[in-house]
Ligand binder design. Structure first.
Ligand code: FES
Length: 114
């Protein structure tokens, strides 16, 4: 799949062990950009696979986030819920270029970015 790499700004704009919610992304759904304590960045659709809770408001530990609504734990590397829960939220590719965070959007989605 061809991607459009969208620059969403400097890494410093994302709090360490925090997240930013951006209102564009995957099929019109908001995305959440997470930064771990080790400066690893992950991007997933900002909807818990359980009942669409805002993952960007969850607690980050390592490469996981705990949903603020019912405490499902989501592995940010693939967007998968950890057992015993089951489900997945789509993840998007991300890269850091000269301190700027770039999110890889499918071209069909990128065409709708404001
Ligand atoms: S909505 Fe996330 S655990 Fe229920």
């Amino acid at each position: 799949m061809e991607l459009h790499w969208k620059n969403i700004g400097p890494l410093e704009n994302i709090p360490v062990q925090g997240a930013r919610r951006l209102c564009f992304g995957h099929d019109g759904r908001p995305i959440a950009v997470f930064r771990t304590s080790e400066d690893t960045v992950f991007v997933v659709v900002d909807e818990c696979p359980h009942r669409h809770g805002p993952l960007s408001e969850g607690i980050i530990a390592g490469n996981t986030v705990t949903c603020p609504l019912h405490n499902w734990v989501i592995d940010l590397t693939a967007g998968e819920a950890l057992a015993p829960d089951e489900g997945r939220t789509p993840s998007l590719p991300v890269r850091i270029v000269a301190g700027q965070v770039h999110v890889g959007l499918p071209l069909a989605v990128a065409g709708t970015v404001a």
